[in-house]
Design a binder for this molecule. Structure first.
Ligand SMILES: Cc1cc2nc3c(=O)[nH]c(=O)nc-3n(C[C@H](O)[C@H](O)[C@H](O)COP(=O)(O)OP(=O)(O)OC[C@H]3O[C@@H](n4cnc5c(N)ncnc54)[C@H](O)[C@@H]3O)c2cc1C
Length: 420
């Protein structure tokens, strides 16, 4: 729905997509506020030690570079082909972007968004009617002192990501027996095995669960740790049976992201190496976990081809992330029953057979529209549980969205803003 500047646009989350969205909105003259529950690009910091597989030119916008350059003409951005770690990306691009004149006074750190609704209309009122767009959104926030208050905006763009909500490790994605009780002791993300988390994993037996890139990244890093801490061992269980001739991680044919292709080959070779610290258990899933906190030992019951009990020092469950839908529970958002992403975009993504996020084509501005006028979900959250999101796709979403909000099909600041 068309909005004239200087209407108020609230952006939820100051991750990479929230920052880029805020920048675009500011260039166009909207009153923009970005609410961030913690620090700038907090989630990226959480996996900051991991090297990205997309080169820098895919992870930044021309607008972002121009904003940084305008602030500091001597700034030297990373080289376009550089493969940065998450922390390098954050420190060399995202933080300077957040500190640029256009954004710095428009980001509210340590401000968590608790809920977004309409000022008076309830979820059931005026179903799918454009009349709902005549009333502002009411945004309930909590500041760093724990004080709650409300603010209002004509449009809300939710870029809160998925990093905060992890899936369960049991068969079929439901919790394993005991998982909820012991969840605090399970690692669901990407520890820094060679840095701050070394002591917890060195010379320990770790169970890794999952068959995606996060699991593969963790398995490789643990194997690196085993080079210096020789008693470190890894059992890697994947629900899928291995296809004959293929490794645990499915290769993407002619993968253009060389770092991702390298990671795939490396982990698949590692599980077959004669003196590998990694044992791969295909077609195996976890039925139950029991943690003895005094001994710091796990007892794990497996189903499938490795049926039986084993004990471990650590459990790493890399079983994916999901969106926080509570934030917009009182709005009229039509979601996909498979991915929990907004339905139009999800339908487009499900309709594309490719497993390579690079070849997934842009879904167009209309895919961002939901029954709730002027409420949009962008960034990794827009993909729901689908883990194929790339920043490059997020930048296309931002450009597409503002053609709708600005009601100008040809609006493209990424084309029209030049550097210097
Ligand atoms: C290990 C790893 C490696 C990746 N590598 C690549 C890569 O090489 N290339 C690529 O293109 N993509 C990569 N991705 C995928 C994706 O691009 C990143 O996850 C990226 O950070 C997504 O950006 P985002 O802004 O959508 O979400 P996020 O980075 O998750 O940012 C969301 C922000 O919202 C904040 N927030 C959350 N809830 C609230 C709330 N209620 N109120 C206020 N603020 C809130 C968070 O604190 C956070 O700052 C990778 C992801 C991971 C996990």
């Amino acid at each position: 729905m068309h909005l004239e500047p200087p209407s108020r646009i609230a952006i939820l989350g100051a991750g990479p997509c929230g920052l880029e969205t805020g920048l675009y909105a500011r260039y166009l003259g909207y009153q923009t506020t970005i609410y961030e529950q913690g620090e700038i690009a907090q989630a990226v910091h959480g996996w900051g030690h991991v090297r990205m597989f997309s080169p820098f030119h895919m992870n930044r916008s021309p607008l972002g570079l121009a904003a940084i350059q305008a602030q500091n003409p001597d700034a030297t951005p990373p080289h376009d082909e550089e493969l940065l770690t998450g922390n390098e990306w954050r420190e060399r691009y995202l933080l300077p972007l957040a500190a640029s004149d256009l954004l710095k006074d428009h980001i509210r750190r340590d401000t968590q968004v608790l809920s977004v609704g309409k000022q008076t209309l309830s979820k059931a009122d005026a179903p799918a009617s454009s009349d709902r767009g005549n009333e502002p959104f009411r945004i309930l926030i909590r500041d760093r002192q724990g004080q709650e208050s409300t603010e209002f905006a004509e449009a809300v763009i939710d870029t809160t990501g998925v990093w905060g909500q992890t899936n369960c490790l049991g068969p079929g994605g439901a919790p394993a027996i005991g998982e909820r009780h012991h969840a605090e002791a399970i690692d669901y993300r990407l520890p820094d095995f060679l840095g701050t988390d070394r002591e917890r994993f060195a010379n320990r037996r770790t169970l890794v669960i999952g068959s995606g890139f996060s699991a593969a990244t963790n398995v490789l890093a643990l194997a690196d740790l085993a080079n210096t801490a020789r008693q470190t061992s890894i059992a890697w269980c994947t629900r899928r049976a291995t296809i004959a001739g293929a490794g645990p991680l499915l290769e993407i044919t002619d993968d253009k992201l060389h770092e991702r292709a390298r990671l795939t080959r490396a982990v698949n070779r590692l599980v077959d190496a004669p003196d590998s610290p990694v044992q791969h258990w295909p077609a195996t899933w976890v039925e139950a976990v029991e943690y003895d906190s005094a001994q710091q030992r796990w007892s794990v019951s497996f189903g499938g081809s490795r049926q039986g009990n084993e004990s471990f020092d650590r459990i790493l469950a890399n079983v994916g992330f999901r969106p926080d839908r509570d934030l917009y529970r009182e709005l009229q958002i039509h979601e996909c029953y498979a991915t929990e992403g907004p339905i139009k975009l999800a339908a487009t993504l499900l309709g594309q057979e490719s497993t390579d996020c690079l070849t997934i084509s842009g879904a167009g501005p209309q895919s961002l529209v939901s029954p709730e006028p002027n409420f949009y979900i962008l960034g990794t959250k827009s993909y729901g549980r689908n883990s194929q999101f790339l920043i490059a796709a997020g930048l296309v979403q931002i450009r597409d969205l503002f053609t709708l909000i600005g009601d100008r099909d040809d609006l493209d600041l990424y084309e029209s803003v030049t550097l210097g």
